[in-house]
Design a protein around this ligand. Structure first.
Ligand SMILES: *Cc1c(COP(=O)(O)O)cnc(C)c1O
Length: 460
C-alpha cells in the first residue's frame, strides 16, 4: 500500500510541478469550446472503476486544455491571486489529512491553526486583537457572515431576537450601501432577507469611494430604526478605498453597524506604504476578505472578522446533542458551514513563508507594477488611464471609444500571451488590469503593456 501511495502522489506531484514550471509556455487561455472539453472528459459513465494513477493521468491530459493559467504571473483579469508554494503544499496536506475543521474534536490542529491565523491576521491587517474570525470559501460568504452578525446585533439593540423570530414583524432595517459596492453585497443581503428594494444607495465620488457627506445626509434622512452601513476598501474596478474613519465615526454616531467588504483592499493594511488608504478601517464592526486573492493562497479561501464575537457567534452557531463541545475553538461557530475544509493550514503556511515583511513587499510590488503599467500605457496618445492607481487596479480606455476598447481586450485575449478583462464604469467601457499574483515579474508587466500597445496599433 505504501508504495501505491508513493507512486500515485509522486506522479501527481510531477504532473503538478510540470504544470507550474511550464508557466511561461502556451497561451494563458485556449479559448476552447465547452463541447470539446465535455467530449474529452465525458463519454459514457464508466461501468467499471479504474486505478487511481490512470484516473489522475486521464484528468490531467483531458482537463489541461481547459485550464486558465491564472497563477503564472501573466494573468491580469478579475482580481485573481496566484499561489505561494508553501501555501499550495500545505493545501495538499489539508486534503491528505482529510481534516474536518468543523469542531475541535474533529481536528485540534485545524482549530489551533485557525486561532493562530486569527491572531496573526488581526495584527497584520491592523484590526482589534479581540476580533473573531470565520474561515470560509471567499469574500461572498464572508460578507454573508459579517452582515448576519450585523443583522443580529442591530435588531437585538432594537429589542428584537432575529434568531428566534426571524424577520417577520421585525423593526424595519435600513441598509446603506455604497453606489459602487460589489455585487456580492447585494446577494449577501438577499440571503439575509433584505431584498434589493430595501437598500439605500449612498453616492460615490469619481473614484467610486462612498462619499462621507453623502452618508451624513443619508443617515440624517433615513427612517427611524436599526441601521447597517456597508462600506468597501478596494473597489473592484478602481481599487479605491472608502474613507473609513469618517464613515465609521458618522455611522457609529447614529448607532449603526459598519461592515467592510475588503476582499482584496483590506490587505493594504499589511503594508506601511499603502496603509493610509485604509486608515480607520479598524474602527468598523465587521470585515470580509479573501485569502485566495492578494494573499495568494490556492482557491478557495476567505475570512470574516468581527469586532463583536458574541454577535458573530450568535448569528452562526448551531447546536446538536451529539456535538461534544470542549470549550476550545469550534470552527463551525463562525461560519455558515458545518463540515468544512481545513483552509487555515494554507493561510498559516502563506503567512509563515512570507512573514510580515514578505507580505508587505508582495503588496507593495503589485502596487508598483500597477503604477508602472499605468505609466507606460498613459504615455500612448491613444490610451487614457481612467482611475487614480492607488492599489493594484488599472482601468484603461482606448481612443475614447467603447467598441474599440472592447476590441483591444478581445485581441489581447486572443493573442494569449496575457489576459485582461473589461468593465463598464460611469457609462464607459474600460480594460481592467489587476496585479494580484506574487509571480508577476517586471517582464510580465512589460508583456501586458506590450500586448495592449500591439493591439491598439494593429488596427484594433
Ligand atoms: C472578489 C470580491 C468579492 C467576492 O469575493 P469571492 O472571493 O469571489 O467570494 C467581494 N468584494 C470585492 C470587493 C471583491 O473584489
Amino acid at each position: 500500500m505504501s508504495t501505491a501511495w508513493q507512486e500515485l502522489l509522486g506522479r501527481t506531484g510531477q504532473i503538478a510541478a510540470n504544470y507550474l514550471t511550464g508557466g511561461e509556455q502556451g497561451p494563458v487561455a485556449n479559448g476552447i469550446a465547452m463541447p470539446e472539453l465535455i467530449d474529452a472528459l465525458g463519454g459514457p459513465l464508466p461501468q467499471e472503476g479504474s486505478d487511481p494513477l490512470t484516473v489522475v493521468e486521464d484528468l490531467a491530459r483531458n482537463a489541461e486544455r481547459g485550464l486558465v493559467r491564472t497563477n503564472a504571473g501573466r494573468y491580469f483579469g478579475f482580481v485573481e491571486g496566484g499561489v505561494l508554494p508553501a501555501s499550495l503544499a500545505a493545501d495538499w496536506l489539508a486534503s491528505a489529512w482529510d481534516q474536518n475543521a468543523a469542531y475541535f474534536a474533529l481536528s485540534p490542529a485545524a482549530s489551533a491553526a485557525e486561532e493562530v491565523c486569527r491572531r496573526w491576521l488581526s495584527e497584520l491587517l491592523g484590526l482589534p486583537e479581540t476580533v473573531s474570525a470565520g474561515f470560509t470559501t471567499g469574500a461572498q460568504t464572508a460578507n454573508v457572515i459579517g452582515l448576519a452578525a450585523a443583522r443580529h446585533r442591530v435588531l437585538a439593540d432594537a429589542g428584537w431576537d432575529v434568531d428566534a423570530d426571524g424577520l417577520f414583524g421585525a423593526p424595519r432595517l435600513s441598509v446603506l450601501v455604497g453606489a459602487e459596492r460589489h455585487a456580492t453585497i447585494d446577494r449577501a443581503l438577499r440571503f439575509l432577507g433584505i431584498g434589493r428594494n430595501n437598500l439605500v444607495e449612498v453616492p460615490a465620488d469619481e473614484q467610486g469611494r462612498m462619499r462621507a457627506d453623502g452618508l451624513a445626509e443619508t443617515l440624517a434622512e433615513r427612517r427611524p430604526g436599526p441601521v447597517i452601513v456597508c462600506a468597501q476598501v478596494g473597489n473592484v474596478n478602481t481599487g479605491a478605498c472608502d474613507p473609513m474613519r469618517d464613515i465609521c465615526e458618522l455611522a457609529h454616531r447614529h448607532g449603526a453597524w459598519v461592515h467592510v467588504d475588503g476582499a482584496f483592499g483590506l490587505w493594504a493594511g499589511a503594508s506601511p506604504t499603502v496603509r493610509h488608504l485604509v486608515d480607520g478601517v479598524e474602527t468598523a464592526d465587521s470585515w470580509a476578505t479573501d485569502a485566495h486573492k492578494w494573499l495568494n493562497v490556492p482557491y478557495d479561501s476567505g475570512i470574516a472578522f468581527c469586532a463583536h464575537p458574541e454577535s458573530h457567534r450568535a448569528a452562526m452557531t448551531l447546536s446538536a446533542s451529539y456535538l461534544a463541545r470542549t470549550g476550545d475553538r469550534d470552527g463551525a461557530d463562525w461560519t455558515p458551514e458545518s463540515s468544512r475544509r481545513a483552509r487555515a493550514f494554507a493561510i498559516w503556511a502563506a503567512l509563515r513563508s512570507l512573514g510580515r515583511s514578505g507580505l508587505a513587499d508582495m503588496i507593495d510590488k503589485a502596487c508598483a507594477q500597477a503604477r508602472r503599467i499605468a505609466r507606460v500605457l498613459s504615455a500612448d496618445a491613444e490610451i487614457e488611464v481612467l482611475n487614480d492607481v492607488v492599489l493594484n487596479q488599472v482601468l484603461v480606455r482606448v481612443g475614447g471609444d467603447d467598441d474599440r476598447t472592447r476590441r483591444v481586450a478581445a485581441a489581447v485575449q486572443a493573442e494569449g500571451t496575457t489576459w485582461l478583462g473589461t468593465t463598464e464604469r460611469n457609462g464607459v467601457a474600460a480594460l481592467r488590469i489587476s496585479v494580484s499574483d506574487h509571480a508577476t515579474s517586471d517582464d510580465h508587466v512589460r508583456l501586458v503593456a506590450d500586448a495592449v500597445l500591439r493591439a491598439v496599433h494593429s488596427g484594433h
